[in-house]
Design a protein around this ligand. Structure first.
Ligand code: ADP
Length: 472
């Protein structure tokens, strides 16, 4: 067995703000058959400590000005290591934001502490378990590869970029507090335009870099998508690869999903659609019922959907949206004021399943999308994805074109460029296809048959670990 320490700031089902949590929660079980024993290091948020069963104290120390304990235990079938540091993590709600909706001012220190704990575990802090390799996720785990290298700990690390928009920036004057040596505050080190970037620390010091789709891996090396880090990534091109996310079929399978009226074939969606219409207060309609489950941010391109909506509504199509985020977008959707548009502002896991089961199509018009999970859920549930041609959306949907329709392999629709005009045209095409029942149901069946499980990607991670692990 290869022992891997996964370092993450969120993990489903205990704490989740986005796709990272799903991935961190699913990887250990997906990797087990590949001969990988993964333990997950998480901050001791209240929701994590509450879930932890039979916790054992592994170590105690002082971190960032307060006492910290390393606990080990199980929760939801996961082997967890938890950094219990109340002065850093005993805060309810969103893991990153205070009640005012702003980042906690001490986020750099909070997640540096998590990285310090990871490096200490790798150095042999626990009596009976030491990883062969550390797998870090996003900027919150970015300093771990740096600490490993600077400590001289001979344990390799992998950093996975789930979203390069979040870079863990902080001022140089916090370097000492974060344990960063003055000689590393350079462009070759962790400096980023006069500040410190925890993500860049990971990009520079990890032994291998991955991101969550092959197309996003290519995009990241361009100025358009690299968000100022494209040069760093180009320099490390040989170490960078894209491994697609899968989805957890235990949670996301229409045949067994406890949140819905379970179904195995597309026709089973009708009862779910009727129930969703009723729940959302939507009338019956001739056109497709489109759903969106998303953070409402610039990235997700939902302002484009607002502009393009008439193309759907003119054909008696409908929109049911579940999301939260940017107050301006929330208000714009809430106040749209059309009988065929229903909006729920908030975060609701169970409703997200009912939306997937009841929708005819799922719309994902992201400006950039490292992988995207909701289009994968859509495929699995026969909810035809209409997606922007970018990142993982490009890699996971087989677009309806004359050629793919002739070969009967299409699983969804793609549009490009990512503009309201192109999205309008795509919505019109969606409505046309929806009016051809034979073609539509073929597309649904293709979608449901497309493999979206973790199998191939787990094998790819295991192969990557195998090239790095010191002992196996
Ligand atoms: P990102 O990580 O950029 O937010 P992904 O598509 O990778 O986007 O993952 C988003 C995850 O969060 C999915 O599991 C999606 O179902 C879930 N999600 C997003 N918004 C909501 C919401 N309002 N209610 C329930 N689940 C949501």
């Amino acid at each position: 067995m290869t022992r891997v320490l996964s370092v993450t700031s969120e993990c489903a089902p205990m704490v989740k703000t986005g796709g990272l949590a799903d991935v961190a929660g699913a990887l250990p079980a997906a990797l087990m058959p590949q001969g990988v024993e993964m333990r997950t290091l998480l901050p001791g948020y209240p929701a994590v400590l509450d879930a932890l069963d039979a916790a054992r104290t592994e170590a105690g120390t002082d971190l960032m000005g307060g006492p910290a304990r390393l606990l080990s235990g199980q929760a939801f079938g996961l082997d967890l290591l938890v950094l219990d540091a109340p002065h850093l993590f005993e805060r309810p709600g969103n893991p990153y934001l205070g009640p005012d909706g702003r980042d906690w001012p001490d986020n750099p220190e909070r997640f540096a502490a998590l990285c310090r704990a990871a490096a200490d575990i790798a150095a042999g802090q626990m009596e009976d378990w030491r990883p062969d390799l550390v797998h870090c996720h996003d900027w919150q785990a970015g300093l771990a590869p740096y600490y490993l290298k600077r400590d001289g700990t001979p344990v390799p690390s992998v950093l996975t970029i789930h979203n390069i928009a979040f870079q863990g920036l902080t001022d140089m004057n916090r370097a000492a507090q974060l344990g960063i040596a003055p000689h590393d505050l350079t462009p070759e080190g962790v400096e980023y335009f006069g500040r410190i970037s925890a993500l860049k620390a990971g990009l520079v010091f990890a032994d291998r870099l991955t991101t969550v789709s092959p197309t996003y891996a290519e995009e990241l090396m361009t100025p358009e998508f690299g968000m100022g880090l494209d040069g760093v990534l180009r320099a490390r091109k040989a170490c960078l690869s894209g491994i697609l996310n899968g989805i957890d079929l235990e949670t996301w399978s229409p045949g067994t999903d406890p949140h819905i009226r379970a179904y195995k074939a597309p026709r089973g969606k009708a009862a779910n659609r009727a129930a969703l219409r009723e729940e959302m207060g939507l009338p019956g309609a001739e056109g497709p019922l489109c759903v969106v489950v998303s953070r409402l941010t610039e990235q997700k391109g939902l302002d484009l959907l607002l502009e393009a909506l008439p193309a759907l509504l003119d054909r008696d199509g409908q929109l049911a949206l579940l999301g939260s985020g940017d107050p301006g977008l929330e208000a714009a959707f809430r106040n749209y004021g059309h009988r065929n548009v229903a909006v729920r502002i908030g975060y609701d896991e169970a409703l997200s399943h009912r939306m997937m089961a009841g929708g005819d199509a799922i719309v994902v018009p992201s400006r950039f999308e490292p992988c995207g999970l909701t289009q994968l859920y859509g495929l699995r549930y026969g909810t035809v994805p209409l997606v922007a041609l970018t990142g993982g959306l490009a890699d996971t949907v087989i677009p309806a074109t004359p050629a793919t329709m002739a070969r009967q392999v299409a699983t969804g629709l793609q549009f490009h460029p990512v503009t309201a005009g192109a999205l309008s045209n795509a919505l019109t095409r969606l409505c046309d296809l929806f009016q051809s029942p034979a073609m539509w149901s073929k597309m649904q069946r293709n979608a449901m048959a497309q493999p979206v499980d973790w199998g191939p990607s787990a094998a790819a991670y295991a192969a990557l670990y195998a090239t790095l692990a010191t002992t196996a």
